[in-house]
Each structure stands twice: as C-alpha cells, then as structure tokens.
Design a protein around this ligand. Structure first.
Ligand SMILES: *Cc1c(COP(=O)(O)O)cnc(C)c1O
Length: 401
C-alpha cells in the first residue's frame, strides 16, 4: 500500500449528513434552483459560488457528493461525474484538444474509446497515434510539437497490459502534454494521480458501482480542469451535456462504500481461478501471475491490500471453442455470458468479437488479441473452490482439458 495514501480510508473519512441529520446526504432531485435575489443569478452565470446551484446540467448537490468522494478516492483536487464512462472520456479529450492537435494513445484500450479516437476525432482534424505504451521508447518517439495528450488505461482492456504510470508521466511532463489514465479496471488497486497522471477517468458502470444496474462515468482532475469542462460558456461537459441523473448518483455513492471489500474479494477469487487454470495447463493471463509480463511493474505501483484485480483471460484457441466454453460455463451457472465487468457474478465475453470488435482483424492480430480469448470479470463468490470445479466441468465439455 502506498504508505501515506489509502483510497478506502479517504472514503471512510468523509462525513456528510442529510437535511434532517440523515446518515446519508439528501438527494436533490431538482433540475433547477430558486434565487432570492435576481443579481445573484447573474453572478452564478459568471463564476461558481460555493453552495449556490443554478441548473442540474451544470452542478447538482447530489452529483457533487459523489464527485467529491471520487476525488478523495483518487487523491485529486476535484472531480465531476458523468452519464457514462464515454461521456467522461469524450468531454475530457474534447476540452483539451483543438483542431490540428495530436493524441498519443495506447493501442490496447476499451473498444469505444478506440472507436472515438480513430473514427470520430478526424472530424475535428485531431489525429491519434496508437502506440504500444509498454514500450516507452515508442511513446517518446511518437511525441511531436502537436502532441496534446498521452492516453492509456492503468490495466488495459482487454489484454491486461499494465502501464508504467510514473515513466509515462515523466515523458508527458517533458513533452508538456496532459497525461490521462483510464482507471476503470483497477479502482483502489492503482492510484494513477498519486503516480503522476494529470487526469483520471472512470467508467463507474463497472467495479465502482458494482451492481450492473447503472451507466455512469467520472473525471478526476485539478479544480482548474473540472471548472473548465463545466464552464457555462466553453465547457465540453456543460455544452455536450453527458449529465448523470442525481438519483443514480445517490445510489452509486452508497455502493462505493463497499468498493474496497469487493475489490479484495474480486482479486482473491481471480487469483484462485488464474492459478487453477494455469495448473490445468491452460493459456491464462492475470497480472497476479508471475508469468505476466508486467507482474513486477504492477507490484511497484499497486496498493497491495487490494490485490491484482478481478480481470483475467484464458485463450481457448479459436472463436468456436471460446463460444462453446462460455455457453457451457453459463449452463453450469458459474456466471453470465455478458459484456461489462465488476458484477457479483462472474461475467465472460469474447472481446475479439464483442467489446473490441471496433478493431479490425489485422489490428487485433497485431496486438496479440486472439479470437479465442475469453475475458472474465471474476465475481464475488464466497465458495470459489466449487465455482472452479464447475468451470472445470465446462472446460472438459468444451474439450479444452
Ligand atoms: C466500459 C468502459 C468504458 C466506457 O464506459 P461506459 O460507462 O460504458 O460509457 C471506458 N473504459 C473502460 C476501460 C471500460 O471498461
């Protein structure tokens, strides 16, 4: 654990009361707010006034509670919540880039982010260089005087590559760019801002909310940056409007309080399965295994008590085998054949043909994404031993062992 910073303790130390002394903060389900004096309204349009609200696309008190909690968790000055992870990512990128600018992005990232960078940003004449961020030299070589942003995931989707955040931060500082890290796969496990990231983005939809009942996102950054995206006249989030509903904010805030316990259990179970699969002779990738190329690198960066995370994958060899295995596993009721992650049940999908299908076949091949990969978000199972036994039955049914 980073000696002086623990994300769960930061959350535990928050003290927010509801309107009537409730132990949970009150929910503000209003889109608009009254003013006692007309000139005060004019003032709020010009600049933020603490405790003064105008309209809920701008700020809502309930969203503020959740945003403040996330800022605490990531150790940033400020944060804002969004209606989705993509809302958080796109508002951040669009705020920072002008036409003609360049972004350096990891080539292994979430499919939606990849599609936005590759297919959508050219509209604005913003170009993207996709690089292997585990090769720091390649990142350095990609920097030009047009580079505005270096973008990666702390633990990448779907290949589970670990980014060297301190080293990338150094390259970014030298180049005068903004270093953005998507920490969706490793909340609490990695604290990117503490390791040198300028901005941390999240899909709250996954581990952070953890109940697969809501789509939401967050941007954690300096107060100056959060103010800039919420600026009434020029803020990307204010003007594009990916606002999170306050009722959802309230429910996500309640779920965050058990995130540390869930992350520990996801990690414990994923480690158990990864070792078990390895002993069965399967091709398995999990950052907690010694044969993971960045196992040691993750150990240098992680908050140890939370483990190596809940994500792993096995390579079933072919798409057909992957499909067969997933159906057999679902029949064994060890989890669901579904995209997304961070649920109490194990979720499995074949990223080559689903969440990373935005990548062409050649692109997938180049980065080592075989179409036989089965990605698992390991659940909170209390009895992981019997889950593993049932998975073994499915593996036998699919003739993989
Ligand atoms: C799911 C995901 C996103 C997008 O988040 P949404 O909430 O679905 O918009 C971004 N990054 C990563 C790593 C994800 O897994």
């Amino acid at each position: 654990m980073a000696k002086d910073f623990d994300p769960a303790t930061e959350l535990q130390n928050i003290q927010n009361f509801g309107e009537f002394g409730g132990v949970n903060p009150s929910i503000t389900d209003s889109s608009t707010y009254t003013f006692l004096e007309a000139d005060r309204m004019e003032e709020v349009f010009e600049h933020e006034i603490e405790g003064c609200y105008l309209y809920s696309r701008h700020w809502n008190p309930t969203n503020r509670y959740l945003a403040d909690a996330l800022a605490k968790m990531e150790g940033t000055e400020a944060a804002q919540v969004m209606g989705s992870g993509m809302g958080a990512i796109t508002s951040t990128l669009l705020q920072l880039c002008d036409a003609g600018d360049e972004i350096i992005a990891s080539r292994t990232i979430y499919g939606g982010t990849y599609a936005f960078l590759k297919n959508y940003l050219p509209k604005f004449n913003i170009s993207v260089k996709f690089v292997d961020v585990t090769d720091l030299k390649k990142v350095e070589e990609a920097v030009s005087d047009k580079t505005k942003i270096i973008y990666c995931e702390a633990l990448s989707n779907p290949l589970l590559e670990v980014a060297d955040i301190p080293a990338l931060s150094k390259i970014s500082k030298k180049a005068g760019t903004t270093f953005i890290v998507d920490n969706t796969f490793t909340p609490m496990i990695i604290s990117p801002a503490k390791l040198g990231a300028d901005i941390v983005v999240h899909s709250l939809t996954k581990f952070i909310n953890g109940t697969s009942d809501a789509v939401a996102g967050a941007v954690c950054a300096s107060k100056e940056f959060i103010d800039s995206i919420m600026d009434v006249n020029s803020g990307s989030a204010m003007l594009l409007g990916p606002t999170l509903d306050s009722l959802r904010s309230a429910s996500i805030l309640k779920n965050i309080r058990s995130l540390h316990l869930r992350m520990m259990q996801h990690s414990r179970n994923a480690m158990y399965l990864a070792k078990g699969f390895q002993e069965l002779g399967l091709k398995v990738r999990y950052p907690g295994l010694k044969d993971h190329p960045q196992h040691e690198l993750l150990k240098q960066q992680y908050n140890e008590v939370y483990g190596f995370g809940g994500m792993l994958f096995i390579d079933a060899g072919s798409k057909e085998k992957a499909y067969e295995l997933m159906e057999y596993m679902q029949n064994q009721n060890v989890g669901y054949l579904a995209v997304s992650l961070g649920f109490y049940k194990t979720l499995f999908s074949a990223p080559g043909s689903s969440t990373s299908s935005e990548l062409s076949d050649e692109e997938q091949k180049e980065m080592g994404l075989s179409d036989g990969i089965v990605r698992m978000s390991v659940g909170l199972d209390m009895d992981i031993e019997s889950t593993f036994d049932k998975m073994t039955i499915a593996l036998k049914e699919a003739n993989l062992i």
